[in-house]
Design a protein around this ligand. Structure first.
Ligand SMILES: Cc1cc2nc3c(=O)[nH]c(=O)nc-3n(C[C@H](O)[C@H](O)[C@H](O)COP(=O)(O)OP(=O)(O)OC[C@H]3O[C@@H](n4cnc5c(N)ncnc54)[C@H](O)[C@@H]3O)c2cc1C
Length: 354
C-alpha cells in the first residue's frame, strides 16, 4: 500500500450525460494512480444519476462517491461545492490529487474547492505526470526540501510557445483542471468492479442563493469550428452584430465552412461564444482562415495560427495580424469581402468546370 492518498476525479455530467472530458480525466487518473500505487476515486453529483456511477467504474474508478439529490439536478455553484466538500470531509487524509475538467462547470467549481481547501490549482492542463521536485528557493524556508511524487500539471504558457510544468507539493490535494481533447480517454471495461458509495450532502440555506428558473439550450453550440475546412472570422472591425452578415456571406461560398469570432465581438454580445476562436475560445486548424477586421492579438493568434493558410483583411496596415498572415489585404472589409467572395466563386466554378 502506498504512502500516498488516492487520485480523485470530479465527474462532469450535464443533464445526466457524462461529458467526454470525464473519460479523459479517468484515463489520466489511472496512469497517475498506477505510478503512485494508489486507487482511482471519482465523485459525481446530480439527480437520478442512473447507471453513471457504474459507467465510472467501468472506465477506471475503483470507488465512486455519489451525491444524488434533487437540489443537484441543475448545476449551480454553491450546492455542487457543498456536495464536493461533503465527500472530501469523509477522508482522514485528503486525496493526493484532484482532477476536474476545464469545462464551463469545472472552471467554475474547481477554484471554489481549491479556495475552500486553501490549496493551489493549475487550470487548463494538457498533460499530467508524477515526478520529484527539489525546492531550493530561500524566500520561505518552510518550503525548502525534496518532494517525491508531485503532480506535474503541464500546460502551454506564454502564448502557447512554452510548456510550463506547475508544481505545488506543499499541501494536498494537488489540483488541476484538464483541457478537453488533450488527454487519452479511458477504455471501458464492463468486467471492472468497484465500490459505489452514496453520500448525503449537508446543504445550508445559503447554498441556494441562485435558483435555476429555466434552461435555454443555445442551438449555436452546433457551430463546428473544429472540423470546418474554411473559417471566416469577424473581429471588432465588423462594427456590430449586423456586420457579421458580410462574414456569413463570405463563409457561405465554401461547402465546409464556419463563422468564427474574436473575443471582443463575443464580449460585446454581437455573436454567441460558441463562435469564439482563441485562448479562451476554440483552437482551430482549418485549411483556410479568413480574418475580417481582426487585429491579431496574441490571445486570438494562439487559437488559429496553426491554420494552413491565413488571409487577413484589415484597414490598418500596421495591424499585428499582417505579421503572421500568409496573405494580407489592407482595406475596408465591407469592400474587400464581397470582392473576395466573387473571386473565390469564380475560381471554384473554374475548378469544377475543369
Ligand atoms: C486572458 C485573455 C484571454 C483572451 N482570449 C481571447 C480569445 O480567446 N480570442 C480573442 O479573439 N481574443 C481574446 N482576448 C482578447 C484579445 O486580447 C483582443 O482584445 C481581441 O482579440 C481583439 O479583438 P479584435 O481583433 O476583434 O478587436 P480589435 O483589437 O479592436 O481590432 C479590430 C481591428 O479591426 C480593424 N478594422 C476596423 N474597422 C475595419 C474595417 N471596416 N475594415 C477592416 N478592418 C477594420 C482595426 O484596424 C483593428 O485592427 C483575450 C484577452 C485576454 C486578456
Amino acid at each position: 500500500m502506498s504512502d500516498f492518498a488516492n487520485v480523485m476525479v470530479i465527474a462532469d455530467q450535464l443533464q445526466n450525460d457524462l461529458q467526454p472530458i470525464t473519460f479523459e480525466l479517468l484515463g489520466a487518473a489511472s496512469e497517475l494512480a498506477e505510478k503512485l500505487g494508489v486507487k482511482v476515486q471519482a465523485m459525481v453529483m446530480g439527480h437520478d444519476l442512473g447507471d453513471i456511477p457504474q459507467t465510472l467504474i467501468h472506465n477506471g474508478a475503483d470507488e465512486v462517491f455519489v451525491v444524488d439529490e434533487p437540489e443537484l439536478a441543475d448545476y449551480t455553484t454553491l450546492p455542487y461545492r457543498r456536495a464536493v466538500i461533503t465527500v472530501l470531509e469523509r477522508f482522514d487524509r485528503p486525496p493526493h490529487i484532484i482532477l476536474c475538467g476545464a469545462t464551463t462547470i469545472g472552471r467554475d467549481l474547481a477554484p471554489r474547492i481549491a479556495a475552500h481547501l486553501e490549496v493551489g490549482l493549475t487550470a487548463d492542463c494538457t498533460e499530467l505526470d508524477i515526478g520529484e521536485y527539489i525546492h531550493k528557493g530561500k524566500a520561505d524556508p518552510n518550503k525548502v526540501g525534496a518532494f517525491e511524487n508531485c503532480l506535474y500539471a503541464i500546460r502551454p504558457s506564454f502564448g502557447e510557445s512554452l510548456k510550463a510544468r506547475i508544481i505545488g507539493p506543499w499541501k494536498n490535494p494537488q489540483m488541476a483542471t484538464a483541457r478537453a481533447g488533450a488527454m487519452v480517454p479511458s477504455k471501458p471495461d464492463t468486467s471492472r468492479t468497484g465500490a459505489i458509495i452514496p453520500v448525503k450532502a449537508t446543504f445550508t440555506e445559503s447554498d441556494f442563493r441562485v435558483k435555476v428558473i429555466q434552461t435555454v439550450r443555445d442551438i449555436s453550440k452546433a457551430v463546428d469550428l473544429i472540423s470546418a475546412k474554411v473559417i471566416v472570422t469577424g473581429g471588432a472591425g465588423v462594427g456590430g452584430p449586423e456586420g457579421f452578415e458580410v462574414v456569413r456571406d463570405l463563409a457561405s461560398v465554401f461547402a465546409d465552412s464556419a463563422v468564427g469570432a474574436s473575443r471582443k465581438t463575443v464580449d460585446a454580445g454581437w455573436i454567441p461564444y460558441a463562435h469564439q476562436v482563441g485562448q479562451t475560445g476554440k483552437t482551430v486548424r482549418p485549411k483556410v482562415y479568413i480574418a475580417l477586421g481582426v487585429s491579431g492579438a496574441i490571445q486570438h493568434r494562439v487559437g488559429m495560427s496553426n491554420s494552413d493558410t491565413i488571409i487577413a483583411v484589415n484597414k490598418d496596415e500596421s495591424a499585428p495580424i499582417f505579421q503572421f498572415a500568409d496573405y494580407g489585404v489592407v482595406g475596408d472589409l465591407f469592400e474587400i469581402a464581397p470582392l473576395l467572395k466573387k473571386q473565390f466563386q469564380k475560381t471554384m466554378a473554374g475548378a469544377t468546370a475543369q
